[in-house]
Design a protein around this ligand. Structure first.
Ligand code: EPZ
Length: 417
């Protein structure tokens, strides 16, 4: 089990490049299932979750080739059995994103229920309900979703909740349905827009991506395309929060300031100075940050995937802040680990009251989920002394070579196998 050893106290200084977005790459890879032609993706992040998705797609019969410049070619000319097995799905919930494309392309699919994860039960009922609205017959048996449809029929689907991957699943399935589909209360995340851009390049007819009403006119088939994956806005926010927490001065390249306004706004409220250029964001933090209240919400609100990282910043900031998590029911596990570093955090329901302390003290902490791991690294960077972050396989799922990038910024951090 790999660990990260962090010596705290060094301000992050310098420049790094942001990788392609994990949460755009995963649905984009599944879009390859919708056509027999080749889909080529560039700016692919080198992540555990991407490798897991590649294994799943290869098992479904997709020909996969990676070139040395992070380019990925996928071709689903002939698909084998449309089955996504439990042993793969249980390691990565995003595997559910093969369900919509498989039903649309093959007329059937058997996908294991993803099961819960550390941050919540994370049901997939809205994925199922939406596909049934498009005419699929779905049963859930022995832990598997079994779906079949001769040809999906366009329909108006009102999503009970704003859900990112259900919006993506249904948008992909509707591309090959007979007739028009309208997704109401759709997710507006930039990753949904990135997927829509790629599907349009493949010949799909989609309007309204990025708003809460997405209209898809079904077509008989899609063609291959080439698409560059958008920058990772959560990796961007994570490094900015780390720079702010260590009183540093960093410039991030290959990113986009227009996809994380709510995060930039909060960082400005802490007292960070931010400059944005074409594809770059610079942050300088002079003195101690001020504590800021955060309430997570669907895009364009403050992203739940940045909640833990802002908690690390609030933990050493001036004043008391309240962090409210409205998306997932159990996304405060990092708070319990931060208390081991001396943070003063009180959890009350879906709110965390964070009283900033002057200094955290290094200790051994355990990562529980992807973004919690990142927040513990940030806390360790800001703490005095040495922090050991255990179970960092969570980190590797969503951050490309995080210790290399942090070391490039002067962090004293090393991986221990
Ligand atoms: C996506 O997960 C992201 N993952 C998550 O990022 C992110 O935290 C989440 O959206 C919210 O922004 C990917 O894009 C691969 P949801 P997703 O469906 O789609 C409930 C990370 O760290 N819900 O938008 O699974 C659900 O329980 C990961 O990169 C249902 O009730 O999240 C939650 O409370 C973590 N039924 C809320 O909706 C459903 O059928 C939003 O979940 C689906 C969702």
């Amino acid at each position: 089990m790999d660990k990260l050893i962090v010596q705290g106290g060094a301000p992050l200084l310098g420049e790094i490049r942001v990788s392609g977005a994990k949460n755009a790459a995963l649905p984009l890879m599944c879009a390859a299932l919708l056509t027999r032609e080749q889909l080529t993706l560039s700016n692919v992040p080198h992540l555990k979750d991407v490798s897991t998705m590649l294994r799943l797609l290869a098992q479904l019969g997709v020909e996969v080739s990676l070139d040395d410049r992070l380019g990925l070619s996928l071709q689903a000319e002939r698909l084998s059995e449309p089955l996504a097995p439990y042993d793969l799905v249980k390691t990565m919930r995003a595997s559910i994103l093969v369900l919509g494309p498989l039903v649309a392309r093959c007329g059937e699919a058997r996908v294991s229920l993803p099961g819960g994860c550390a941050i919540g039960s994370r049901p997939v009922d809205l994925h199922i309900k939406g596909l049934e609205a498009l005419g699929a017959e779905i049963s859930v048996e022995q832990g598997y979703i079994a779906a079949r449809a001769k040809r999906l029929e366009g329909a108006r689907v009102v999503m009970d909740l704003v859900t990112v991957t259900a919006t993506e699943n249904l948008m992909m399935a509707a591309c090959l349905a007979q007739g028009t589909t309208v997704l109401e209360n759709a997710a507006r995340e930039p990753e949904v827009v990135d997927l829509a851009q790629c599907l349009l390049a493949m010949g799909a007819r989609i309007g309204g991506a990025g708003t809460d009403v997405i209209t898809i006119e079904g077509v008989a088939q899609l063609r291959g395309a080439t698409h560059r994956i958008m920058p990772d806005r959560i990796e961007t926010g994570t490094f900015l929060a780390a720079a702010a927490a260590t009183g540093g001065r960093v410039t991030l390249q290959g990113t986009d300031a227009g996809i994380l306004d709510a995060v930039l706004e909060k960082l400005r409220e802490t007292g960070a100075e931010l400059q944005t250029g074409s594809g770059t964001i610079s942050l300088a933090m002079r003195g101690r940050p001020k504590g800021v209240n955060v309430r997570t919400a669907p895009y364009p609100g403050f992203p739940t995937d940045m909640q833990a990282q802002l908690m690390a910043l609030d933990a050493i900031a001036e004043g008391t802040a309240v962090i409210t998590e409205t998306i997932f029911e159990n996304r405060f596990m990092h708070a319990l680990e931060m208390q081991r570093l001396g943070a003063d955090i009180e959890i009350s329901g879906n709110a965390a009251i964070v009283r900033g302390v002057g200094k955290l003290q290094g200790a051994t902490v355990m990562a529980t989920d992807l973004r919690a791991s990142a927040s513990l690294v940030i806390a360790g960077l800001a703490a005095e002394g040495e922090t050991t972050v255990d179970r960092i396989y969570h980190l590797d799922r969503g951050y490309e070579c995080i210790e290399e990038k942090l070391a490039q910024l002067g962090a004293r951090i090393r991986r221990v196998h």
